[in-house]
Ligand binder design. Structure first.
Ligand code: FAD
Length: 593
């Protein structure tokens, strides 16, 4: 949350009125406790966005609930969903399935981190997740970068929590057996960096780029306690990253940037939380709330009702709808899609750091993406930042891929782009105030917003969890530390990480360690069976836990073998094997195997 001047609704309303006059549409509004509600009709989705942004930028606005309609808005779909929620609510509200101190909605990195943090106390905690597995929202499709915390705008909650979260990762990953590496970032200042500032003539532009710009970055980093090093020696930069553009003038090196596998992290957090008593409800969608005098009493889901005093709304792109169901809507989420291109592992070492070329002026409302190695040795380019009306829109277009290639090819001019193995998109849960919204609801007691968790949400997650604990304490939750909390999670070493001796030992114990199913990633039958026995119920759930199918052939050689193992382990016919959740059967009709 940006620094909020103490401003009355009356004054804020005047400001909002002035801003709305700039738009040629009849927009009604009202302001309540610094939240602005907008109503009206506009021709295009872009108009809806622009009005929302303009209001969100007003100092003192703590949330924008944008109820403006645009032509082509899928109203029927929204109404059908609301009708369905009401029907399920009526059916389920009296079917009590448990009583908890805190119910967390959403098993992405935010919900998982909060769950594990709360598991340290004598509390009854539940996590409810609508999907068939954890980490299936934004936490599945991101760059896995633990940003250092320099990029967020000063005065925002992002700027406060990102550097704190970053520092906490070594301990968390060590305890959970999650692979984590501080590879560092190298931000390149090139002849393109200030190219658009035509009024700066040649040598002045170079001077500003080489001396003023890195100094400004260092000053901001210093104010946040983040170490950086300015490198103005081109030879040194090319020693650090031999494949980057020769047009580089200087670089800012940030050693604290880290990389990890985001779903490995979420799975580990949830496993550890569950081991410490947290109850996980999968395929359990929240449809409403029980309240008495605007105090939360329960969460109604598709499986029944969980009685509780506190609700944590960590529902990602759906956080606004969840808040609405509780009568606590203080913001609108406008989905912002990000596409990423993934390159083959054979390029491991082509870059050593997370590399980005600084280009000014920076595109509004995005850090601009970059190039980063993954913890498994692949290389990623992206993401883009594209506003989409549909929260489930993870499509990837040719134009987006072209955009990524055009943006990043000049950074690595000789990069073998033909070694692309996959592209995918994730959706960021952006709000119009463009900051995390982490606070108790203004009008409903017991409801805590953890919304607008867009980038750097992964990096900030440990600090977000800490902040939520503080809020819960202030709201009256008694926090008695649990004496038997076990912070450690046992991780079985992957086959590809083992020495020959270790492999031989394993094969002696269980011959399945000698059967390689996924050749690209070196995943054995034993690992796949272990993943199924610890909860994986679909091809993709196995993939996220073992990496089977993540390699160059993207599963074309092993998917059938994995399906056979899954069918055998679960005792189901091949026709019932799922790619992901319900309705994603891998095969149609009879399967001969
Ligand atoms: C392309 C891309 C790249 C990114 N790269 C980075 C990066 O490198 N570093 C970084 O720090 N951040 C990055 N981010 C941001 C980061 O991914 C997010 O901030 C983070 O994953 C948000 O996690 P979350 O748990 O809040 O949301 P999510 O992961 O979306 O989880 C929300 C969960 O709530 C569940 N849910 C929703 N509605 C209901 C309901 N009614 N009932 C029950 N459950 C429900 C959903 O199914 C989902 O699992 C990136 C984001 C994108 C899209």
């Amino acid at each position: 949350m940006k620094f909020m001047p103490n401003i009355s609704d009356e004054k804020l309303a005047k400001k909002v009125g002035r801003v709305l006059k700039k738009f040629p549409y009849k927009i009604e509004f009202h302001v309540k406790d610094n939240i602005v509600f907008l109503y009206g009709k506009v021709p295009k989705y872009e108009d809806y966005l622009e009005i929302g942004f303009a209001i969100g930028e007003i100092k003192g606005v703590e949330g924008v609930v944008n109820k403006i309609e645009w032509e082509g808005m899928p109203k029927e779909k929204i109404e059908a969903k609301n009708k369905w929620r009401k029907e399920v609510f009526e059916k389920m509200k009296d079917r009590i399935i448990g009583e908890f101190d805190v119910v967390i909605i959403g098993a992405g990195v935010t919900g998982a981190m909060i769950a594990r943090e709360l598991a340290k106390y004598e509390l009854k905690i539940a996590v409810v997740e609508k999907e068939s597995d954890v980490s299936l929202g934004a936490s599945r499709a991101n760059n896995g970068m633990i940003h250092p915390g320099i990029a967020p705008e000063p005065g925002t909650l992002k700027a406060k929590l990102n550097p704190i979260g970053n520092k906490m990762y070594d301990k968390i990953c060590e305890e959970l057996g999650v692979r984590f590496k501080r590879v560092g970032s190298l931000w390149l200042i090139t002849t393109r960096t200030l190219e658009k500032y035509k009024f700066l003539i040649g040598p002045i532009r170079t001077f500003v780029a080489k001396y003023i710009l890195p100094w400004l970055i260092k000053r901001r980093a210093k104010s946040r306690g983040i170490p950086v090093k300015i490198i103005r020696n081109k030879k040194r930069i090319l020693e650090m990253e031999p494949n980057v553009t020769r047009r580089v003038l200087a670089a800012v090196y940030v050693p604290t940037t880290g990389i990890l596998d985001p779903y490995e992290l979420v799975i580990a957090l949830i496993e550890n939380a569950v081991e410490n008593g947290v109850k996980l409800f999968l395929e359990t969608e929240v449809v409403g709330f029980l309240k008495e005098n605007n105090v939360i009493k329960g969460v109604v889901t598709t499986k029944g009702t969980l009685l509780t005093r506190f609700v944590i709304n960590a529902a990602g792109v759906y956080a606004d709808e969840i808040a609405e169901l509780a009568g606590a809507r203080e913001y609108t989420i406008h989905p912002r899609k990000g596409t990423i291109i993934l390159f083959d592992k054979s390029l491991q070492g082509y870059i050593r750091h997370c590399v980005a070329e600084l280009i000014f002026p920076r595109p509004k409302r995005t850090k601009g993406g970059g190039i980063n190695p993954t913890i498994h040795g692949n290389i990623m380019w992206g993401p883009t930042a594209i506003e989409v009306p549909d929260k489930e829109d993870t499509s990837v277009t040719k134009e987006e891929l072209q955009l990524i290639f055009e943006r990043f090819s000049p950074v690595l001019p000789r990069f073998p782009k033909n070694r692309i193995i996959r592209y995918f998109a994730g959706v960021r849960p952006a709000t119009f105030t463009e900051d995390f919204i982490i606070r108790p609801a203004k009008w409903v007691k017991g409801f805590i917003h953890v919304a607008g968790i867009q980038s750097p949400g992964l990096a900030a997650a440990p600090a977000i969890a800490q902040l939520v604990i503080e809020i819960l304490k202030k709201e009256g939750l008694e926090l008695k530390p649990k004496s038997n909390f076990n912070p450690y999670r046992r991780r079985i070493k992957a086959f590809y990480e083992m020495s020959l001796e270790e492999i031989n030992e394993k094969i002696k114990e269980n011959p399945d360690w000698g059967t390689i199913i996924c050749v690209c990633e070196g995943v054995t039958k034993a690992e796949i069976i272990e993943a199924i026995r610890s909860g994986a119920r679909s091809i993709d759930a196995i993939k996220r836990r073992t990496r089977a199918g993540m390699g160059r052939c993207q599963g074309s050689k092993c998917i059938l073998k994995i399906a056979e193992i899954l069918a055998k382990e679960l005792g189901i016919p091949m026709g019932k094997v799922l790619k992901e959740g319900p309705g994603t059967e891998l095969f149609k009709g009879k399967v001969k195997s």
